[in-house]
Design a protein around this ligand. Structure first.
Ligand code: AMP
Length: 311
């Protein structure tokens, strides 16, 4: 299997998490951080983003120790992006209490020359204008995937509409799909969103799995059932990183329909690791053997043996 690299751009953050088990502050987070750590289990990763002078060197060391190239991470005077969220008692929902863009407010990504030919590009969650800046600087990759969230769907609709015309795959959650399309029914929402640009759409549904809508039909992957869920933050970003890492690991051509479907399992498996511990801890310790084992249990979870038809 050849290994190609994944370019990830997105937020690198401090998260303050109000959880039923307590409040955790200054937790290393951000969409790019989760996605890069997840993808790095499977493929070489390059990150583009910005941090302030309050960002500890050990966090960038951690990324590098996982094989993530951080040449594209700028450090500038000011404060690092900060997000504060509060989770419900059962962790099934959350509200964003505060989003401080800080150094991201004036950031213009500069893609290092060595990154421009990256075949797999993940525009993780950040201002869609910055995601577009990245698209303008790269050479035509095999696949451009993008994530976004309600904050940008409601606040930056025009930039997001332009971005959608430039991406192959959009990865969002069910609430975001409904908000973006204005439609309650997810199948109808998918038709609407795919007309706006991305030929492929993944709708993540938390503990209810994820749906892929593409020109070959609709595909579903369940969420891996876990006894212990500690922090759902970044599950979506870990999903996206796992999916892109898998595509990069096994590909020398645009992903086939079956490869995309298999990649959904890698995304779901990675998401399941992400929620086991608070912050990026579990993802940043994960190795390929552990991932392979979870993929195998995933297989048995959905393998019913024999045929489903009746005589
Ligand atoms: P997820 O749980 O997958 O939606 O991702 C959570 C991560 O997204 C957290 O680590 C936050 O730092 C980051 N985040 C929250 N709001 C935003 C935003 N508006 N733009 C970019 N990243 C964000």
């Amino acid at each position: 299997m050849s290994q190609e690299s994944v370019l990830v751009v997105g937020s690198i953050a401090f998260d303050d998490l109000e959880m039923p088990q307590g409040t955790f502050e200054d937790v290393l987070g951000g969409a790019a951080t989760y996605s890069a750590l997840a993808a790095s289990v499977l493929a070489p990763v390059r990150v583009v983003g910005v941090v302030g002078d309050d960002f500890p060197a050990r966090h960038l060391d951690l990324l590098r120790a996982r094989g993530v190239d951080t040449e594209g991470v700028e450090r500038v005077p000011g404060k690092t992006f900060r997000w504060r969220g509060r989770y419900s008692q059962d962790l099934s929902s959350r509200v964003s209490l505060d989003t401080q863009l800080n150094v991201f407010a004036d950031f213009r990504p500069k893609i290092p020359a060595s990154y421009r030919g990256s075949p797999y590009v993940l525009l993780a969650n950040i201002h869609p204008g910055l995601q577009l800046d990245v698209v303008r600087q790269i050479e035509r990759p095999r696949l451009i995937a993008a994530d976004t969230m309600n904050f940008w769907i409601s606040g930056e609709a025009q930039a997001l509409a332009e971005l959608l015309r430039k991406v192959d795959l959009l990865i969002i959650n069910d609430e975001e799909a409904r908000e973006l399309s204005g439609m309650q029914n997810l199948c109808k929402a998918a038709v609407d969103i795919r007309k706006r640009g991305p030929s492929q759409l993944i709708v993540k549904r938390g503990e209810h799995g994820a749906l892929l809508f593409d020109p070959h039909g609709t595909f579903f992957v369940p969420a891996y059932p876990l006894e212990e869920v500690n922090d759902p933050t970044g599950a979506g970003d870990s999903f996206a990183g796992g999916l892109m890492g898998y595509l990069a690991r096994c590909h020398g051509a645009p992903p086939s329909p079956h490869t995309m479907r298999r990649a959904m399992f890698y995304g779901a498996a990675m998401g399941s690791f992400g929620v086991e511990a608070v912050g990026t801890k579990r993802i940043s310790e994960l190795n390929l053997d552990q991932l392979a084992r979870r993929i195998e249990s995933f297989r048995s979870l959905v393998d019913f043996g024999g045929s489903l038809s009746v005589d």
